[in-house]
Design a protein around this ligand. Sequence first.
Ligand code: PEP
Ligand code: MG
Length: 316
Amino acid sequence: ARKAALAASSGPGATSDGHKVPLLANVGGPADVPAAVEAGAEGVGLFRTEFLFLDDSKQAPSEEKQVESYRKVLEAFPEGRVVVRVLDAGADKPLDFLTPADEPNPALGVRGLRSLLDHPEVLRTQLTALAKAVEGLPVYLEVMAPMVADRTDAKAFADACRQAGLRAKFGAMVEIPSAALRARSILQEVEFLSLGTNDLAQYTFAADRQVGAVSRLQDPWQPALLDLVALSAEAAKAEGKSCGVCGEAAADPLLACVLTGLGVTSLSMGAASIPYVRATLAKYTLAQCERAAAAARATDTADEARLAAQAVLSGE
Ligand code: PEP
Ligand code: MG
């Protein structure tokens, strides 16, 4: 029965009453594109460009090499959306030429957008390569920055995009609690938000994502994390802008329903999860998702939140 449900699962993501939630794929480069297309992804919600930089930790790949790689991904989704994240180096993704070697707490140090603002030439090359890669393609390109902490960061990124002549939507990832708390202020500078729930959990609970001993606190069902998702989604709605999720949370079919109920406008995940999320979302109305979200937020632990959402959606 599960197989049949999945086979029947195709087309755009939506609740049973037709509320659309685009289902997008997380990719690391052209090699991940076939699986995304096969799964029926409506585009890419997170293109992790750091994979392109891992071949050579001494220097950034040339502009030509970047154009080639970006274009292959952009070409695969005509009329679709592709959200490219600029380089997220540092902490769990160190790069010799960008990441300081002597930081006592790399996750709290110079990483993500912070590294790029310290090395504007690396950001400029990446944005110029993207501008060239998208030329003449019918795709909707969106570009976002990792680790945006506040409006100053968001403005610096948007300015860099404009200076590179990039014709795309510019967005900010919400991975730091300050960004969720002041999402409306960040949205004065950028056109969309994308929640990186892996890092958002890490920074909300002061629990290193690479330390198994604190994995309980990395659970994306934590009600405090759901609260920050809700704040971000409400801010985006108030500003008439979109707020997606591209962290692991989006790949959990039940949580995907809860995130939808919290007001998230798109979900991006590893391609393999898309059919499951699509099939589950299609079983419930938006109102049911909203009730499940409210029930989950009314609890005090991740396990209780999961059970509360399950109870609402199974009609108990
Ligand atoms: C996240 O932090 O949730 C995210 C999507 O980015 P990454 O896992 O690449 O840090
Ligand atoms: Mg992240």
